[in-house]
Design a binder for this molecule. Structure first.
Ligand code: HEC
Length: 189
């Protein structure tokens, strides 16, 4: 008797398993798969730039509390980050020694970010001239440009200068100094 019972139980279990496994296998469905334990799949959350009716200004993204400084972003060194001394004047020379690695990096970055306007030869004859840019970009071999302080050049890259756009979003602070080092090196030729 017992053997028949356990045999029929086994057959039932196997039957159910086959049913479960074959259920929906290979069938195409537009519906999302059945998720028995959804855990944190559908939690309430805000997506970037989305609206919120919780905050008074209706925006889900919050501005940082005034004076907050993210780790590693304390920019206290004016010479390095602004090209200015304590009195707010542009520094004459870059605040670090220019190494050959920096020159190499500077050339690479110059070729990417400056040549379109200032030209491969730094003579201000970049491709942009074909597109009738209103003011010709500076020629780095001009005596006037040669005499500009490193701080002024740094500021020109960071904030833009007259008809030149700001490139601070594209070129990191470290790379700006490397580019200036590179421009100085070609100005000597
Ligand atoms: C979109 C074109 C454009 C790009 C890109 C560009 N510049 Fe310029 N730049 C100009 C123009 C135009 C001027 C002249 C501005 C004027 O006198 O109105 C200029 C002027 C300058 C000056 C002279 C500022 C002065 O006091 O006369 C420096 C230095 C300079 N650029 C550096 C750079 C460096 C370094 C890069 C690359 C990181 C760069 N520029 C990228 C267009 C550009």
């Amino acid at each position: 008797m017992n053997t028949i019972k356990s045999l029929s139980r086994l057959m039932l279990t196997v039957g159910i398993m086959i049913l479960v496994i074959s259920c929906g296998r290979g069938n195409f469905s537009e519906k999302p798969p059945i998720h028995l334990n959804p855990n944190m799949d559908s939690q309430g959350k805000y997506k970037a730039q989305s609206e919120s009716n919780f905050f008074v200004d209706g925006a889900s993204m919050r501005t940082p509390v005034e004076g907050t400084v993210a780790r590693g972003q304390l920019r206290e060194d004016d010479a390095y980050f602004l090209g200015k001394d304590a009195a707010g004047d542009f520094i004459m020379n870059a605040p670090m020694a220019i190494t050959s690695d920096m020159l190499e990096r500077g050339k690479e970055r110059y070729d990417i970010y400056c040549t379109a306007c200032h030209g491969v030869n730094a003579d201000g004859k970049g491709k942009i001239l074909y597109y009738e840019y209103p003011i010709p970009p500076a020629n780095f071999h001009d005596e006037r440009i040669k005499k500009l302080s490193d701080g002024h050049m740094f500021n020109a890259i960071s904030e833009g200068w007259l008809n030149m756009p700001s490139l601070k979003a594209q070129v990191s602070v470290e790379d700006r100094w490397a580019i200036i080092g590179y421009i100085r090196s070609i100005q000597q030729n």
